[in-house]
Design a protein around this ligand. Sequence first.
Ligand SMILES: *Cc1c(COP(=O)(O)O)cnc(C)c1O
Length: 226
Amino acid sequence: MNTREEIKENIRRILGELDGRAELLLATKTVPAELINYAVTCGTRLIGENRVQELLEKYDSLDKENMEIHFIGHLQTNKVKYIIDKVSMIHSVDSLALASEIEKQAAKHNLTMKVLVEINIGSEAGKSGIAMEDTEEFLEKIGEFPHLQPCGLMIIPPKTEFPEENLHFFEKIYQKFIDIRVKKEDNKNWAVLSAGMSGDYLQAVSCGANLVRVGSAVFGARSYPV
Ligand SMILES: *Cc1c(COP(=O)(O)O)cnc(C)c1O
């Protein structure tokens, strides 16, 4: 794990590279709460956790008033109830079952949850996300849930040796994102394209991503490679 000084420098550098083109979300898995509390004082207040258990363990120690917490990892339907009142956006909606459980829990708490639809952009077997060609139909279905606000799309492209190899996926998802915006009657909330991580955030942003999820390039290498 990097020192506070390094974390601050990394965040400043990345914000400079992004130059206002995209928001920087800090992917904070394995990062202790006190370091997250420090990191959100360095220029971005957006954090993303990807495991329910880990978020719950840290939650009481987080300076919630200084940050906005998103859920970015694969979410099991039976765990929605633990995080529904703790996060402001869920990036990883990848099934109708998950969407309807979020609807149910959001209704119970009398809130509207912002969600992104996760697309399996590389059509990888065993990977989360709905198929690209099913996006519109899926959006139509979840559009009927009053406590869900679909705000955009999210992808985790295949692992590659060089970031350039995924450029075509970033281009494809941006095109889909724009197509949907054009077709949507009520599109003012359709605003987020979450793509790009430590190895490829510049490529993602050059293709139109406006939210990047960056972990190791800020905090250093992790002990588990999720
Ligand atoms: C860990 C993680 C990231 C960030 O990964 P890095 O390569 O460390 O930047 C982004 N998105 C999700 C869903 C993650 O779990």
